[in-house]
Design a protein around this ligand. Structure first.
Ligand code: HEC
Ligand code: HEC
Ligand code: HEC
Ligand code: HEC
Ligand code: HEC
Ligand code: HEC
Length: 341
């Protein structure tokens, strides 16, 4: 098969820094004509609303007219953005469909302890345990450290993942790093930011995710999913394994260049891969190179939430071994398991 390398010509990231008059987003005293602008109280850095407030919408639209990317719609989102949406968790009253973020949902009704994070022999740490230690050692909002900011009980807040929020950073470089406020304000993560957050998405129009050749190399699965470090092959080789046969599903590990993996060559936006080195990329590529490109946490999950249990990108119940050609989900990589070969 002949493969065309498609690099898009738009300079990526140029739209991702805030613009406009200050008063669109800031209020000096949380007071206008004598009434509070945010009735819930004044916000840090004098913003007109909270993180959840600015990034939520009652319509199904996922980018508001003033260019705010929406992660929580209260009507079913028409084109959910790359990270997914908190809509389903709330609409279906089912905590399996999203991360439990304060003012969107209460404590998780299924998961009591943070999965994939232990200290010594303690595998039963709650969010409150994380907070009780981090809030002593680190100031609130310390970059790279989740659970430093007060919340009520065992819930997350947006800044547990987006630990360095920098709306005014210049992220016009193709590969966004620390200067640009990291990839999507995820401390330590590099990447190429699709300008409409994948509201429109295709093989040649998408984010590019950083993988890594060794642990602590700025990948979205390593730094971005740091709370679940025990699930990461390079950070916990003892627990996950170092090669087939694996003990847990690996991430930041290359798709083998042979066998069933070799046929994943055209980028599938429902089952994306990470690139161990993005520095040669001028923009999104429609090509997947087995032997180099890697499986990542968000090959299978949406970090905010999805319409599937376990925040999966696709319905696991319809991925049936020997169930006939079905080039989706697990089968995009495990390409021979669908037809029973
Ligand atoms: C006053 C409204 C407002 C508030 C408050 C606000 N944001 Fe944003 N946010 C925006 C806008 C507007 C953008 C889009 C900027 C752009 O790319 O043009 C944005 C973009 C983002 C992005 C995407 C960044 C990127 O690289 O594309 C993230 C992540 C984010 N915000 C998280 C947060 C978090 C976390 C908070 C709370 C600490 C927060 N926001 C508070 C308005 C707001
Ligand atoms: C589209 C929304 C938006 C506009 C317009 C905007 N800001 Fe901000 N600004 C934010 C958000 C959200 C934060 C808080 C989160 C953060 O620091 O990224 C922020 C943070 C800040 C901060 C503290 C952090 C820093 O980067 O220094 C200052 C100061 C600031 N803004 C000044 C301004 C001024 C002055 C203007 C007008 C010239 C302006 N902003 C226009 C959204 C906006
Ligand atoms: C006994 C104190 C303590 C507890 C409890 C604790 N941490 Fe930490 N954590 C630390 C310290 C100290 C650091 C910074 C040093 C380091 O990187 O290990 C840290 C760093 C981190 C980091 C950033 C570095 C990395 O590994 O990616 C993450 C993520 C993290 N902790 C998650 C958690 C989670 C999730 C919990 C609860 C399940 C938790 N921590 C509980 C003390 C603690
Ligand atoms: C569990 C970690 C996590 C939590 C909690 C979280 N985010 Fe995100 N967010 C991410 C990741 C990872 C991405 C990048 C997704 C991608 O590019 O595929 C992202 C992307 C975004 C974007 C860009 C749009 C998109 O979907 O790519 C915005 C805006 C944003 N987050 C805002 C928020 C706000 C506001 C909250 C709190 C209501 C929040 N996030 C909570 C991890 C998280
Ligand atoms: C983005 C590609 C990708 C997706 C999607 C994917 N996998 Fe994998 N999977 C891999 C890679 C790469 C390996 C490691 C292969 C190796 O090292 O030989 C692997 C390994 C495995 C293994 C262990 C094999 C062994 O030899 O130990 C199992 C079982 C597995 N995957 C099942 C699944 C299931 C079930 C799904 C869907 C929920 C899935 N995978 C989705 C890429 C993927
Ligand atoms: C190959 C696809 C795939 C990859 C890659 C993957 N997951 Fe999962 N994950 C799943 C599936 C499927 C489930 C639910 C069913 C199961 O556990 O077999 C799940 C469940 C989970 C759960 C819920 C566990 C519980 O106790 O209920 C967490 C947390 C999680 N994944 C985090 C991660 C993190 C973090 C990464 C990256 C380090 C990751 N996943 C990578 C497919 C994947």
């Amino acid at each position: 098969m002949f493969i065309t390398v498609v690099f898009c010509c738009v300079p990526y990231g140029v739209f991702a820094k805030v613009a406009g008059v200050c008063s669109n987003c800031h209020i000096m005293h949380n007071s206008q004509n004598g009434a509070a602008v945010d009735p819930d109280g004044a916000n840090e850095r004098l913003t007109t609303d909270s993180c959840v407030g600015c990034h939520s919408d009652t319509s199904s639209n996922t980018i508001r007219s003033n260019s705010i990317p929406i992660v929580f719609n209260s009507s079913q989102p028409s084109s959910p953005l790359a990270g997914g949406n908190f809509y389903w968790m709330v609409n279906q009253s089912d905590h399996r469909f999203g991360h439990n973020v304060q003012s969107i949902a209460g404590a998780d009704s299924n998961i009591t302890y943070v999965p994939g994070r232990h200290i010594g022999s303690d595998y039963t740490l709650t969010i409150s345990d994380c907070f009780n230690c981090h809030s002593v050692g680190f100031s609130p909002g310390y970059p790279g450290i989740p659970f430093t900011i007060q919340r009520s009980g065992n819930v997350m807040i947006c800044q547990d993942c987006h630990t360095q929020v920098m709306h005014h950073a210049d992220d016009s470089e193709t590969v966004v790093d620390e200067t640009g406020g990291w990839y999507r304000f995820l401390y330590g993560v590099k990447g190429i930011e699709d300008p409409d957050w994948q509201k429109t998405v295709s093989e040649s129009d998408h984010n590019e995710y950083q993988g890594e050749p060794s642990a602590y190399g700025n990948s979205i699965s390593d730094a971005g999913c740091g709370c679940h470090g025990d699930f990461h092959a390079l950070k916990d080789p003892g627990g996950v394994g170092t090669a087939s046969p694996w003990l847990k599903h690996p991430v930041d590990v290359a798709l083998p260049s042979e066998g069933e993996y070799a046929s994943y060559t055209a980028y599938n936006t429902e089952t994306p891969v990470a690139r161990p080195d993005l520095s040669g990329y001028a923009g999104p590529s429609s090509v997947v190179t087995p032997g180099t490109d890697q499986v990542m946490c968000i090959s299978c999950h949406r970090p905010h939430g999805s319409d599937r249990p376990d925040m999966l990108r696709w319905d696991y119940n319809t991925i049936i071994a020997g169930g006939g050609a079905n080039n989706s989900g697990c089968f995009v990589c495990h390409s021979t398991k669908d037809d029973g070969l």
